[in-house]
Design a protein around this ligand. Sequence first.
Ligand code: DHB
Length: 435
Amino acid sequence: MSLDKTYKLVPGTTVFDAEQSAKGYHLNQFCMSLMKAGNRERYLADERAYMDEWPLREEQKQALLDRDLNAAMREGGNIYFLSKWGATLGLSFQQMAGSMTGMTEQEYRAMMINGGRSIAGNRIDHAVLEAAYDDPTPPTEHATITGAVFTSHVPAIGAAMDHHNTDEPYWRPVFEGYELSKQWEKENLPDVIFLVYNDHATAFDLSLIPSFVLGTGAAYPTADEGYGPRPVPGIEGDPDLAAHIAHSLIRDDFDLTLVNEMSVDHGLTVPLSLMFGDVETWPCKVIPFHVNVVQYPVPSGARCFKLGQSLRKAIESYGKPLKVQVWGTGGMSHQLQGPRAGLINREWDTAFLDKLIEDPVGLSQVPHLEYVEEAGSEGIELVMWLIARGAMSDIDGSGEVEVKHRFYHVPASNTAVGHLILENHPRAEAPAAKE
Ligand SMILES: O=C(O)c1ccc(O)c(O)c1
């Protein structure tokens, strides 16, 4: 038993966590479809035929045909989603809850009138819980963060690649700056990239403005941002690692929005193109992590840096021997709007890169106002780099960081391009004292 999932010991109770959510994803989405009157009618006319339109497992369909909510919950159903199904059948919450207890409807109702089920006899078996605490067998293997990549994600760079313009004199210096990076990626290919980026009014419009979004889904298509989707592959996620990260970060008080379905825009695809070139499929899994830097208030650099530290704990406690890179993208200085559009502050960008390497703690204290004033309104994207920096091994003192590559160029469309690769290494042993 994983010690942080001891809620599984509460008797007669299924806590709906990311694991259950992944198991019941289609079942719960099917239930949601019953919020539309037309779908309810079609379901009631032929339950089996309507369910067959959904990618449900037979066990899930059978649970509903049997009106067996316990089985539906075992199959990943959540009571609030299942209640849409119950409502379709005309069941009240009391009828649904009671149906899971082995009592008749009348017995259950009478129990509730008499004060409800007693807590006596319904607590955790504390002997089992204590045994779990006495033997917190740590995983014998775990994931490792091998390095961090920092890069701008200018859409025009993607367009230059997609239209085969990379050899033009305007673009050549930009792509030359990533030649070493592509080689480095070939030699240091991770199993998973945790890719921090911002969505640019693509997957999230103003109906929903989440500060932090963790992609817990299995796959994400390339977005159409108005020019048609880029001719690059969609990405494969890692739902299991993402669920573990969600669990760990939320327990560390980072209130994430978890997203199973979304398209990914240039903020995510351009860095992949820069680091892997033109490929049929991306060579590893990618967990997308979106940060709102579009509408204020946006997270501070300090918050992002702390999130990176927490992310390190999360990834390195995952019980599979995966190699993981954390990428921070966006920036550098740029302003896409108003009479100040085109702002480039080479001096500030250079100092940002220096501090990111040498003084990340100090850099994390820089307030929003300085980003906007010095790096332009869209330069605020740089706070995302602090997530990747916070996840490096020198921050918690477990290792050391080596700069493998640094690059800076102006311009790419309206921006300066900045790029850095840091590698994590075990801390060098202090030399033995001489006799
Ligand atoms: O310079 C540009 O063209 C440009 C456009 C959109 C972006 O999101 C961006 O970072 C840069």
